[in-house]
Structures are given as structure tokens and as C-alpha cells.
Design a protein around this ligand. Structure first.
Ligand SMILES: Cc1cc2nc3c(=O)[nH]c(=O)nc-3n(C[C@H](O)[C@H](O)[C@H](O)COP(=O)(O)O)c2cc1C
Length: 317
């Protein structure tokens, strides 16, 4: 694998919000591009949920952040695109990957993938009017991995700025393995710049997948990076310093920042626990750590527990 590749951070609803992204950037290197977790319900021109720090250009780097929308409605997507453009963003991303039944059953996220005519109608209207780069993040299908084939022809009709493919089907949720073989077959058939996403959890898995999907040179890191925030640096050969103290500084600042922005809300505990469900895997005994963190009841207990985790457990990344 040559070093001419780019790495992005996958969006995670409830985890990789503006606070996480900015704190991550301050403590770690290696990520070239970020995506917001999906927005939805853009009902008006001055949508309330777009008047937040999550997308405010004063709190985000508009040059490296792409806002994402979950929608099957071209008018809503165009409304979102226009508001993002007014804020200075250069690209939006459409989520055709979310697998959760309450989303997919409404033909949103990857629930739209079995309906190529609907995808085509959506793309037709969007591309007639959109004035900003438009990228798509999708799976191989919802019920079957063959659903992608008619979609490839549709995607190829439009100047999609980037097609991110997570090679699972929706019904799998996040179980089983990403189907790298099937992804490989798509490579020669897709005109848009292709991004691979799925199961990159280590330098080894990156090298293996990178080799298999050559010449694809853009990779999106997901749970692997949540579990090991050094992953992008390691892949790019730029990691260094005392990892234990670097990670502790990151986690501590993320916690403080969340507390500060919410006026000390107890909800911060849920946020931190969700991150720890991944982060515990960076240590020598993930199960023990996760058992400990999962049963924390309040912020005080969290504050007492985390330094003990860092004192007693060893990082294994
Ligand atoms: C809790 C959770 C929230 C997610 N939120 C989003 C989201 O808002 N938008 C999106 O495109 N994908 C979302 N994803 C999917 C991830 O971005 C990524 O595609 C997926 O984890 C596969 O990559 P990985 O195998 O590297 O983790 C989410 C996944 C999880 C587990």
C-alpha cells in the first residue's frame, strides 16, 4: 500500500458530534475528513436543528466536514443542501446506509436500496437543482447484497462527488463481516470516487483490505477508531508519545467539554458510557472494564472510576 491514501472518520449518531470531533482533532492526527452524524426533519428554510453548534461554521471546520442527511425526500435534501451551502459547506452526504428498522421500514437509510426507481427519482430531482457537491453513503442492500447492482447504473448517471460503500446488508445491522469480496467486484463498475468503509480495526486489517480493494485509496474508519483513537496515526505511521497519558487527556477533555456545554447534565454519563463500550477494547481486559463502566450510576462515580481504569489497566493498541 503506498502512502497516497486518505482516511475519514465515520459518523456515529450520539458519539461523533461536534464536541467529539473537535476534541479528537486536538489530540490525534491522521484523519483527513469528517462527517456529521445524520440530520433529519429539515422542514423549513431556517430549520431549527440547523441552528446549532453541531453544524455552525464557527464551531466546525467547513473545509474538512461534510454534513449528512437521512431523507428520502428530494425537497428536504435540497433544502438541507441550500442551508449547508449558505453556511459555507462544499458538500453534503446522503445516508443510504442506516439499517435500523424504524428508519429502514420508512424507506429511509438502507431501506431505500431495494427501490431503484425511487432512488432514481430522488437523484433526478436532486441533481437538477443542487448547487453543491453531493455524496452518498450506502450498503450493498437492505435484504440482499445484489440490490446494489441496479443502483450502480443509477449512481453512474449522476456526478456523485463520492460513493462510500459499507459492504454489509441492512438486515445484518453490524453483525458478521464486511464483504470485501463483493466490494471488490463493484470497483471497476463505479464511476464516482469510491470510499471503502467496514471492519478496519488495525494496521493489519487496513493493509489486508487496502490490498484487496486496490486501486481504491479512500478509507472510512468507524468502530475501529472509536475503540482505538490512535488508529489513523498508526495507519499513517505517525503515532508516538505516551499513549496512556495521551488517551487519558483526550477522554478527560471530552468529558469536561461535554459537562461544560450541558451545564453538568447527568446525560453526559450516557454519552461517555457509549464511547467506553468501544474504548474499553483498547485495554488488556476489555470485558472487565466494560462491566465496571456499564454499572456506573452517576457522574461522581464516573470521575472516580476512569482514573482507576487508566492506573490499573494496560493499553494494548
Ligand atoms: C451507534 C452507531 C451510530 C451510527 N450513526 C451513523 C450515522 O449517523 N450516519 C452514518 O452514515 N452511519 C452511522 N453509523 C455507521 C458507521 O458510520 C459505519 O458505517 C459503520 O460502523 C461501519 O463501519 P466500521 O465497520 O468501520 O465500524 C452508525 C453506527 C453505529 C454503530
Amino acid at each position: 500500500m503506498n502512502s497516497d491514501f486518505s482516511l475519514s472518520l465515520a459518523p456515529f449518531q450520539g458519539i461523533t458530534d461536534m464536541v467529539y470531533r473537535n476534541c479528537y482533532k486536538k489530540h490525534f492526527a491522521g484523519i483527513d475528513k469528517y462527517y456529521t452524524p445524520f440530520f433529519c426533519g429539515i422542514q423549513k428554510d431556517h430549520a431549527k436543528n440547523l441552528q446549532t453548534e453541531e453544524i455552525d461554521p464557527r464551531c466546525n471546520d467547513i473545509h474538512t466536514l461534510t454534513p449528512q442527511i437521512l431523507s428520502n425526500d428530494a425537497t428536504e435534501i435540497l433544502r438541507f443542501a441550500e442551508q449547508c451551502q449558505q453556511m459555507g459547506y462544499r458538500e453534503i452526504n446522503l445516508n443510504l446506509g442506516c439499517p435500523f428498522p424504524r428508519v429502514a421500514n420508512k424507506k429511509r437509510g438502507c431501506g431505500l436500496l431495494p427501490y431503484p426507481a425511487k432512488v432514481q427519482g430522488l437523484m433526478d430531482t436532486v441533481f437538477q437543482h443542487i448547487d453543491i457537491a453531493f455524496s452518498v453513503k450506502c450498503r450493498l442492500g437492505y435484504f440482499s447484497p445484489d440490490e446494489i447492482f441496479p443502483l450502480v447504473d443509477i449512481f453512474n448517471t449522476y456526478p456523485i462527488s463520492e460513493l462510500i460503500v459499507h459492504p454489509r446488508i441492512g438486515k445484518q445491522l453490524y453483525k458478521g463481516n464486511a464483504d470485501v469480496e463483493r466490494f471488490k467486484h463493484l470497483i471497476p463498475n463505479i464511476k464516482a470516487p469510491l470510499v471503502y468503509n467496514g471492519d478496519i480495526v488495525s494496521i493489519d486489517s487496513f493493509l489486508q483490505i487496502g490490498d484487496a480493494v486496490r486501486p481504491v485509496s479512500a478509507f472510512m474508519l468507524g468502530r475501529g477508531l472509536l475503540a482505538n483513537p490512535f488508529l489513523a496515526e498508526q495507519i499513517k505511521g505517525m503515532d508516538g508519545g505516551d499513549k496512556q497519558s495521551r488517551l487519558l487527556a483526550f477522554v478527560a477533555e471530552l468529558y469536561e467539554e461535554r459537562l461544560c456545554r450541558t451545564g453538568g447534565s447527568p446525560k453526559v454519563l450516557g454519552r461517555m458510557k457509549e464511547l467506553w463500550s468501544y474504548l474499553s477494547n483498547a485495554f488488556d481486559d476489555p470485558q472487565a472494564i466494560w462491566r465496571k463502566v456499564r454499572k456506573i450510576n452517576d457522574l461522581k462515580e464516573y470521575e472516580a472510576t476512569i482514573p482507576i481504569v487508566f492506573r490499573d489497566r494496560k493499553l494494548e493498541v
